[in-house]
Design a protein around this ligand. Structure first.
Ligand code: SF4
Length: 185
C-alpha cells in the first residue's frame, strides 16, 4: 500500500506482440539512424551480396536529421500504407522488402547466422531504446514518448501497434523477452 508522501509505483507498459501483417512494418517508415560501425557493416554486406540488395538505390544511406540531431540514416522511398497514424509519412526504409520484412534480417536468416547480425540496434530493439545508462523501457503514454513534439507530431513508438500501451497486452519485458535477452548478452 502506498502511504502519503510515498511515490506511487510506476505503472508498466504492456504491449501486444509484433505482427507485420497488422502494422505493415510502420516502424520502418522513417528509416533508421545508424551508428558509425553499423554504416560500415551495412556497406560491407551490401557490397558482398548485391543480388540480395538489388532493390537499393545508390544513396541507400544519407545524412539524416531529426529535430536538430544529425547522423547517418537509411534512405526511404514512397510507400502508401493501408492504415497509418496521420502524422506518419507514406514512406518506408529502402531496406524494406515488399512484404515489410527487413532485408538485412532476411539475409542473416538465409545465411543461418543470428537474425539481427546485420540489423541496426535501434531497429531490433524497437520499441525499446537504450541510452548511456542502459535499456530504456517503452513509454506508456504519449506524454512519456520522447518523440512527442506536440500536436504536429504526437509521438512515435506510442503511435505504433507494437509500441502502444495495451491493457490486455503482456508486460513489456515479457513481450520483448528476446530483445531484452539479446541486449544483455
Ligand atoms: S534497417 Fe531494416 S528494420 Fe531498420 S528501418 Fe530499415 S527495413 Fe526497418
Amino acid at each position: 500500500m502506498t502511504t502519503a508522501g510515498e511515490a506511487k509505483p510506476r505503472k508498466h507498459t504492456k504491449l501486444y506482440y509484433c505482427d507485420i501483417n497488422v502494422c505493415e512494418g510502420i516502424c520502418c517508415s522513417d528509416g533508421a539512424f545508424l551508428l558509425d560501425e553499423e554504416v560500415r557493416l551495412i556497406h560491407k554486406v551490401v557490397k558482398k551480396h548485391p543480388e540480395h540488395f538489388a532493390m537499393l538505390p545508390k544513396d541507400y544511406i544519407i545524412a539524416g536529421e531529426w529535430e536538430g540531431e544529425t547522423g547517418p540514416q537509411t534512405n526511404t522511398r514512397k510507400h502508401v500504407y493501408r492504415d497509418k497514424p496521420e502524422h506518419f509519412k507514406n514512406t518506408r526504409c529502402v531496406f524494406t522488402e515488399a512484404d515489410g520484412k527487413c532485408s538485412l534480417q532476411t539475409l542473416a536468416v538465409k545465411q543461418g547466422v543470428h537474425k539481427w547480425k546485420y540489423k541496426p540496434m535501434g531497429c531490433w530493439l524497437f520499441p525499446l531504446s537504450s541510452d548511456e545508462v542502459g535499456l530504456v523501457p517503452p513509454p506508456r503514454t504519449r506524454r512519456e514518448d520522447p518523440n512527442n513534439l506536440g500536436k504536429r507530431y504526437p509521438g512515435f513508438s506510442t503511435s505504433t501497434p507494437c509500441g502502444k500501451h495495451a491493457e490486455k497486452g503482456k508486460v513489456w519485458w515479457i513481450a520483448l523477452k528476446e530483445e531484452v535477452t539479446e541486449y544483455r548478452k
